[in-house]
Design a protein around this ligand. Structure first.
Ligand SMILES: Cc1cc2nc3c(=O)[nH]c(=O)nc-3n(C[C@H](O)[C@H](O)[C@H](O)COP(=O)(O)O)c2cc1C
Length: 232
């Protein structure tokens, strides 16, 4: 039996990332977020228009996505209900948010420099993805403005102990246990429940060729022509 209901929020479970961005004065802001999904080398994140991260992303167009693993739950929870914005919007006041100038310190996290972008990485995160903003979309007709940012991953840092394969090129899902938020509660992935048909093809078949090399340019030009009919 299914029941027709009007859920207050569709929060079915997604990984938690700590987004680091730079404030106007060059200091770092870190914000937990879980509206995120990946496709190829790009990803989409969804953010409240009033958050400091939104403001920083629009201005600087770069960030680091620091993926939180399950063992980081206490760090993340320390900065839940905080914002790097000095003026708190009404809805965040109602939810008991407070302004925190240095969220890394508040969470008891440390940072280290990134390679291709200016905001730093969160050292304690086993997966750190440096990214730039490719597109910004106003999202939904909710009274509180929301934005979807399309990000391109420019550089990936993965903790070595998570890697597998002869050349340590792949993340081992049996070792990587992301922190997942589902309906405001924290979970993780631990249970391997079934072999997948996707597993059967070599993972290298998923690699997008570099457009910098000549073979890569030719390959992409040919693929681009073949797939043109799917663009619209
Ligand atoms: C686990 C977790 C997940 C969150 N997911 C989101 C999200 O997907 N989108 C969003 O706008 N805010 C999300 N928030 C709330 C933001 O952290 C909050 O808006 C915060 O004020 C943003 O910080 P900032 O204003 O310094 O950028 C989440 C908070 C927590 C603790």
């Amino acid at each position: 039996m299914h029941k027709s209901i009007n859920l207050p929020i569709l929060y079915f479970g997604t990984p938690v990332v700590l987004i680091s961005t730079l404030n106007e004065d060059g200091s770092t802001n870190i914000a937990p977020s879980s509206s995120i999904w990946w496709l190829g080398k790009s990803c989409m994140i969804g953010l409240d228009g009033s958050s400091k991260t939104t403001e920083n992303l629009k201005r600087t167009r770069e960030c680091v996505l620091n993926l939180a693993s399950a063992n980081m739950v206490e760090f993340v929870d320390r900065i839940a209900n905080t914002t790097g914005s000095k003026s708190l919007p009404l809805h965040k006041r109602a939810l008991g948010y407070r302004y925190v100038q240095n969220k890394a310190e508040e969470a008891q996290l440390t940072t280290q420099p990134a390679i291709k972008v200016s905001p730093p990485r969160v050292t304690e995160c086993q997966i750190q993805l440096e990214a730039t903003v490719e597109n910004t979309h106003a999202f939904s007709d909710a009274p509180i403005p929301m934005f979807a940012f399309e990000l391109k991953i420019r550089h990936s840092h993965i903790e070595e102990s998570l890697l597998m394969g002869d050349n340590k090129q792949y993340v081992d899902p049996d070792k990587w246990h992301p922190l997942i938020m589902s309906f405001r509660k924290f979970y993780t992935t631990n249970d391997y429940i079934h072999p997948s048909r996707l597993e059967k093809a070599p993972v290298e078949k998923y690699r997008i060729r570099s457009t910098k090399s000549m073979p890569g340019k030719i390959f992409n030009a040919v693929i681009g022509r073949l797939y043109r009919k799917y663009r619209h």
